[in-house]
Design a protein around this ligand. Sequence first.
Ligand SMILES: C[S@@+](CC[C@H](N)C(=O)[O-])C[C@H]1O[C@@H](n2cnc3c(N)ncnc32)[C@H](O)[C@@H]1O
Length: 231
Amino acid sequence: MRGQKEHRSRGGPRGLPTDFRRGFEEAYAHTNYRELPWFSPRPYPWLVQALDSGWIVPPGPVLDVGCGAGTNVLWLARQGFRASGVDLAPSAIAAAERRMKRARLSATFRVGDVLALPFRRGAFQAALDVGCFHSLPIARRPDYAKELARVVRHGGSFLLSWVAREETGKFGPPHRPSVVEIARTFEGAFVIERIQYAPSRSSRGWPTRGGRLAQYSCRLIRRSTPQPPLK
Ligand SMILES: C[S@@+](CC[C@H](N)C(=O)[O-])C[C@H]1O[C@@H](n2cnc3c(N)ncnc32)[C@H](O)[C@@H]1O
């Protein structure tokens, strides 16, 4: 599988501990990806909106971090983007590659850690995260922001979605970032252009079962010049 060797050699002290990786890998290795609670066969609605409104335009290149089984990457490829996806779970990437072959699409999938991305500086015009950032340990959030700022070009777009602090149900990640936490983490390298909120829908909770967790989606632009200091 492409990228797996690089993943092993680059994980090191910059990446996440083995136990953390294992949880996601086990989920994908032991469950059909279609049965995973976060899986959707349809592209993320706020991603579709970003394209429809011209906020992101083909051909990119665009990166989906924590791409899982690749729904958003494959949809972007279908829209004419040079699309890449990275995920730390090898079984997720294997599923994404199988789906790509079945659909006769062209995209790049890599096994890798968002904290040590296997891509060069400024490789992407746009990036996307649906549900990866909020699963990281709180202490690693600044490292995540640094890596995203490294691979997204100055002036490039970054669409970030996460389960909202307002979500009080038992499903979802343990650390649900507030808007203030997002601003603190990203404002140094990104301008925050727009934040949208969608409350939870249905008590069953998960998108694939007719519900939705309360969530935020944020449009960010990679700064070309540093944020001005406080006067
Ligand atoms: C909630 S799932 C969302 C998957 C996909 N974005 C979707 O919407 O179907 C979170 C994904 O992030 C991946 N992930 C978590 N931490 C990661 C990291 N440090 N680097 C890369 N991927 C990571 C997991 O393996 C998992 O596939």
